[in-house]
Design a protein around this ligand. Structure first.
Ligand code: PLP
Length: 415
């Protein structure tokens, strides 16, 4: 029977039947057929502490009974105020203003509009955006425009705007990236947007902290706004709360989503420094920031985010992340180097490339690997021949063993 639900990034001609998940707890998903899956990619990188964290669940229930939703244009509420205060407290210095939205894509769209809005209100004709090769920033029109062009967005090309692209800083050729950025900045673009330290959907490509630091410095020298898209890297994934911290970088604009609620409910924020906010602040209504969405700063989602912030403030989350990262590193080191190439890890994000000629996102290998892992009770979603893990921080040693045993078995089977 044809599915009436149209799923994202799913080929319904190939991927049915689709497993139905009925319950989740910690690192586990329980399915309607009685099977259990280890959520080895945190359900697309959103779940941080674990599914259905009791403190977050309780905050959602409590808030839902008191204030479910209220217009956010011209009104405010304590859960949003608490999240704004809390995020500013822990964010890189200088980020003093918080604009709410509801997904990583919208956080990036807001960032791009803030950047162009800024140059517009200060009366400077800076309109172009610089991006890094292999980037992924979302699937809306603006975020596709600033992402890698290819199978994901070829059909929508007529809707996308032009951007300037600098090369990914391949190990040994980092200077070429920095030189390209400096040259592109000289043409006075509005902003440069980048995923700090690791490019996610582009293949879990890791680059060093000094490159991130240098890129931010080049942008500062040319007065190009530096936008850090921490939608994937934020909330501890790279071993620190935010990846920018490792490079000592304070971006002009920073995008957060996914783990902001611990991964329980959609919410996103775009943080901006005082310069951007003050340029828009005026008695002239024409200078306001023209962006909104019906559910901006939904109180239930904000209550979940406030509970997440309390967990970060009161529990040793970074300690848990360090322990998990070390255990992942041990398992990665044990994988067969003849079968797996390019091992890379940053914090709890680890990836390897299966040595095979069958590669690329649209190769059959990705779905075959996915099915292989599903049969072994694992939610893994390789990007072509790149197998990566990004487990919730509560993942235990036994679960890690299951994950890496299956990866080793997949290597022997598919390589
Ligand atoms: N930016 C980055 C770096 C991401 O990894 C993603 C999603 O994976 C997005 C933006 C888009 O986020 P969302 O899927 O919540 O729209």
């Amino acid at each position: 029977m044809t599915s009436s639900v149209w799923h994202p990034f799913t080929q319904h001609g190939l991927n049915e039947p689709i497993p139905q998940v009925v319950r989740a707890e910690g690192a586990l998903l329980h399915c309607a057929d009685g099977s259990t899956l280890i959520d080895a990619i945190s359900s697309w990188w959103v779940t941080t502490h674990g599914h259905c964290h009791p403190r977050i669940v309780a905050a959602i229930a409590d808030q839902a009974a008191r204030l479910d939703q209220v217009i956010f244009a011209g009104y405010t509420h304590e859960p949003a105020e608490a999240v704004a205060r809390g995020v500013i407290d822990i964010a890189p210095s200088g980020l003093q203003h918080v604009f709410f939205s509801d997904s990583g894509s919208t956080a990036v769209e807001v960032a791009l509009k803030m950047a162009l809005g800024y140059w517009n209100v200060v009366d400077s004709r800076r309109v172009s955006i610089l991006v890094m090769e292999h980037s992924y920033h979302g699937d809306t029109i603006g975020t596709m425009s600033v992402g890698e062009r290819g199978a994901f967005n070829r059909a929508y090309e007529p809707l996308l705007f032009d951007v300037g692209t600098i090369p990914f800083p391949v190990a040994g050729s980092e200077q070429a990236t920095l030189d390209a950025l400096a040259a592109a900045c000289a043409a006075k673009p509005a902003a440069f947007i980048v995923e700090p330290l690791v490019l996610g959907a582009g293949g879990m490509l890791v680059y060093p902290t000094w490159v991130l630091r240098e890129m931010a410095a080049i942008c500062a020298r040319h007065d190009v706004l530096f936008i850090a898209d921490e939608v994937m890297t934020g909330w501890g994934r790279t071993g620190t709360l935010f990846a920018c911290e490792q490079a000592g970088v304070s971006p002009d604009i920073m995008c957060l989503a996914k783990g902001i609620t611990g991964g329980a409910i959609p919410l996103a924020v775009t943080l901006a420094n005082g310069r951007l906010f003050e340029a828009h602040r005026s008695t002239d209504r024409a200078r306001m920031f023209f962006h909104s969405s019906s559910y901006t700063a939904n109180p239930i989602a904000c209550a979940a985010a406030a509970a997440n912030l309390a967990i970060w403030a009161e529990e040793d989350v970074l300690g848990r992340i360090a322990t998990l990262s070390a255990a992942v590193a041990d398992r990665m080191a044990a994988l067969d180097g003849a079968i797996f190439a390019n091992p890379r890890q940053i914090g709890t994000i680890a990836a390897i490339d299966l040595v095979t000629d069958d590669r690329g996102y649209l190769s059959t290998l990705g779905p075959e690997l996915r099915a292989f892992f599903l049969e072994r009770g694992l939610l893994l979603r390789p990007l072509g021949n790149t197998i990566y893990v990004m487990p919730p921080y509560c993942t235990d040693a036994g679960q890690l063993t299951c994950i890496f045993d299956a990866i080793a078995e997949a290597g022997a089977h598919f390589a």
